[in-house]
Design a protein around this ligand. Structure first.
Ligand code: GLY
Length: 473
């Protein structure tokens, strides 16, 4: 039986584990994820606890396990060169090399790359090493912009400046300076801010798996980023997701899917040319359908998104085999068996997430997995640790419930299943996820109309602020 070492501790990794449960599974996490632990135990593997970002520690675990291949879920170990540990020793691994993970780590690097290689779906931007200069620029520019830390900080710190009239008032200027200061705090001593032109439209994620030769686009998913019902509240890592039917979403056409796949593939090839290293693993475009370009890149992940993964993996019957083939370098030998049926994911978080993780940490939660499965859902554990037989929250998203079916049917299942999750603290989840699909279709139609007009006139990507200066205003 093949031995696989899985690195990471969230719901995404629990979903990977479920797809690989027929192999001997070894796991390395910073705490004991109850869902992964169950699979490790039943497969006859072993669970290791430690620093998943330490090359030294991972080397020790690797030597102990002697895996046939490894899979790395989160971005941080990629940024810390954990996949390089395996590449250096010729052990197959699914995970971008540290150099290639720059596509996620630095938004400035990513935007520069897209302009350098003329990849469609690129936004104009300006990068600043000083907060003051960024604030000065956006005050003088006066248009709608999105302000982001250049370095990946888990989706935090994005600030959209859209209300131009009010923005020009003194008070708004002050508020804006403060928001920029706050972003500066997130990136601490390496303050670098990126200011991008603002676009609007439905968002979706296109995950592509590559072994360095072939590129496999997975079914699209949509992530719901805001903490509270109907998309209000602070941004989170994602409070739920949807996928399907088939490889599309109801508001994305086959042509847009193909265009998006082409953008992501072109980007992976451009990364390879820049770094001189084959891109192996996942590269995922966090996209928006805009009138400027149609499919437009908001950011890239060098991994699968979470909670998008929980919506996708249960829809691919042979995902374990897909991963094995990718690791072996024979991705072209497998065809993913995607079920037509859609899926909906609801994330359950403890009160306090995402704004005050100290409140969200250390709380017991109670999950009746059998009942959840009896009512047609699956559960993937996230930021929870198994301690003395209890499931204890670790301060972030605790678990993800998945249901398959058409969107109405999946939502109905989730409404039942979520009642089998309890806690000594209040639990936060969004019951709107999987609903209002028609509104998204309508919004996409409006955008698609002007995007098609631009396409026919040959004006894709051109805006009133156009400057031929390499994407910089
Ligand atoms: N769903 C957002 C992320 O994976 O970063």
């Amino acid at each position: 039986m093949q031995r696989v070492l899985l690195i990471g501790d969230g719901a995404r990794e629990n979903a990977f584990a479920s797809a690989l449960s027929y192999l001997r599974l070894y796991a390395l996490s910073s705490f004991i994820n109850p869902g992964i632990k169950k699979i490790v135990d039943s497969s006859g593997g072993k669970y290791y606890i430690g620093d998943i970002n330490s090359q030294e520690f991972v080397k020790k675990v690797k030597d102990d396990v002697n895996p046939d291949f490894a899979i790395i879920g989160p971005e941080d170990p990629l940024f810390h060169g954990i996949s390089d540990v395996f590449y250096q020793e010729g052990i197959p691994v699914i995970g971008a090399s540290s150099k290639n993970s720059m596509i996620e780590k630095s938004k400035t690097w990513m935007r520069q790359l897209m302009w350098k290689y003329g990849i469609p779906g690129r936004l104009r931007f300006k990068a600043f090493s000083s907060i003051e200069d960024a604030a000065k620029f956006i005050m003088e520019y006066g248009g709608s912009v999105a302000v982001k830390p250049s370095e990946q900080v888990g989706g935090k710190g994005v600030k959209v400046v859209a209300d131009l009239q009010a923005y020009l008032s003194q008070e708004k200027r002050l508020a804006l300076s403060k928001s920029v200061d706050k972003i500066g705090e997130l990136v601490s001593d390496k303050v670098k801010v990126i200011v991008e032109e603002r676009v609007d439209g439905p968002e979706y994620t296109q995950h592509v798996l590559t072994d360095g030769q072939s590129y496999l686009p997975l079914p699209l998913a949509q992530d719901y980023k805001h903490a509270y019902q109907d998309g209000i509240g602070p941004e989170t890592g994602g409070m739920g997701s949807i996928s399907g039917p088939s490889s599309l979403l109801p508001f994305i056409t086959e042509e847009e899917y193909e265009d998006t796949f082409d953008i992501v593939r072109q980007t992976a090839k451009a990364v390879e040319r820049e770094t001189g290293e084959k891109y192996k693993g996942f590269i995922s475009g966090q996209m928006m359908l805009t009138d400027l370009w149609g499919p437009t890149v908001i950011e890239y992940y060098s991994r699968m998104g979470d909670p998008e993964t929980s919506a996708i993996i249960p829809r691919i019957k042979n995902f374990g085999e897909v991963l094995i083939r990718a690791a072996e370098g024979h991705l072209n030998k497998v065809k993913p068996e995607v079920v037509e049926t859609s899926s909906v994911v609801w994330v359950v978080s403890p009160l306090g997430y995402p704004l005050d993780r100290t409140i969200a940490r250390g709380k017991r939660i109670f999950v009746d997995v059998k009942k959840i499965e009896d009512f047609g859902c699956q559960v993937f554990f996230g930021s929870t640790s198994l301690e003395g037989g209890q499931i204890i929250t670790q301060g972030s998203r605790a678990l993800e419930l998945v249901a398959l079916g058409d969107y109405n049917e999946a939502v109905k299942k989730l409404e039942r299943c979520v009642s089998f999750v309890g806690s000594e603290t209040r639990l936060i989840y969004r019951t709107d996820i999987g609903k209002s699909i028609d509104d998204m279709i309508e919004k996409a139609e409006i955008i698609r109309y002007s995007y098609k007009k631009r396409k026919s006139k040959g004006t894709l990507g051109i805006s009133a602020d156009w400057s031929p200066n390499g994407g910089m205003w």
